[in-house]
Design a protein around this ligand. Structure first.
Ligand SMILES: O=C(O)CCC(=O)C(=O)O
Length: 284
């Protein structure tokens, strides 16, 4: 398996990530990776994990979600061990290491009206620090009509952490930890909103505090399969939040501790991990 671009990240791309909160890298993964990931994703969808969810599905498409797939399916792990992605994330974060925090599938089947509400990722996530990022990797051609991600340019620098939003109803989760989400769709003209049309093999890398969301998939004949990966670098620490998603099992580290444990492994420079997919474990 080879990449079609060099693994090193151009300074211009790092600066774009730092100023806009998002950068699109073109043609990073070759067709071999995409085919393997498509097949692996079908296996995961057919045998959903303990935190899988489905939104919609009442005769109008389906928005499917699953996570920690690398613990069950070796292809998701091999992407970390053999593709250029982990090294790129360390470069983008200007970090000497990259730790994998989670992988997440976001699948919008044809004719899925469900939007992804505007949100930031970090208030949902178990990571504090500024050397953090997400990679979003589509397995189909993506346009706004099929559910491309939209971003509020520079919003990661606002200084605000917004309340996590429930993907099912778009409502803020009530917590005193964060401030309420602004009504971005109600005042779109106030914001600098961008999106990227993408091909399989392209990567979107975003700061975990940038505001983003996506429309439904209005295409009748095209799926919108995407996988996201969260990474943390040198300054990141494990965070236990009052609300929002939790890791798939107890990682065995406490609030404020460094990453690098079995559930949040170091992926750059490469390190060995327990082969969880060979001995599935029972989760709560
Ligand atoms: O694919 C989507 O619609 C949502 C992706 C997303 O919000 C994320 O990766 O943080």
């Amino acid at each position: 398996m080879s990449s079609t671009t060099a693994c090193r990240v151009a300074e211009d791309d790092i600066v774009r990530f730092e100023t806009d909160g998002v950068v699109c890298l073109r043609n990073v993964l070759d067709e071999g990776w995409i085919e393997q990931l498509r097949a692996a994703l079908e296996e995961v969808l057919a045998a959903p994990g303990p935190q899988a969810k489905t939104y919609g599905g009442d005769g109008t498409g389906r928005f499917g979600y699953d996570t920690f797939m690398w613990t069950r399916n070796e292809v998701f792990w091999r992407l970390q061990a053999e593709s250029p992605i982990p090294r790129i994330t360390a470069g983008i974060m200007r970090s000497s290491v990259s730790h994998l925090m989670a992988d997440i599938a976001f699948v919008k089947e044809p004719n899925t009206p469900n939007t992804t509400p505007w949100h930031q990722d970090q208030p949902y996530g178990w990571y504090d620090g500024r050397q953090v990022c997400s990679v979003w990797l589509p397995l189909d051609r993506v346009t706004l009509a099929s559910g491309a991600l939209e971003y509020v340019v520079g919003s990661h620098l606002s200084g605000h952490w917004y309340r996590p939003v429930d993907f099912a109803d778009g409502k803020d989760q009530d917590t005193d930890e964060f401030v309420p989400m602004p009504d971005i769709d109600g005042e779109r003209q106030k914001y600098n909103i961008i999106h990227f049309d993408m091909e399989p093999g392209d990567l979107l890398i975003h700061d975990l505090l940038v505001l983003h969301g996506s429309p439904g998939n209005s295409m009748a004949d095209r799926r919108r399969r995407a996988i996201a990966f969260r990474y943390a670098g040198d300054d990141a620490r494990y965070a236990v939040r009052k609300v929002g998603p939790k890791p798939i099992w107890d990682p065995g580290i406490g609030h404020g501790e460094r990453f690098g444990c079995e559930l949040f492994p170091q992926v750059w420079p490469h390190a060995r991990v327990p082969r969880f997919w060979e001995r599935p474990r029972v989760t709560a």
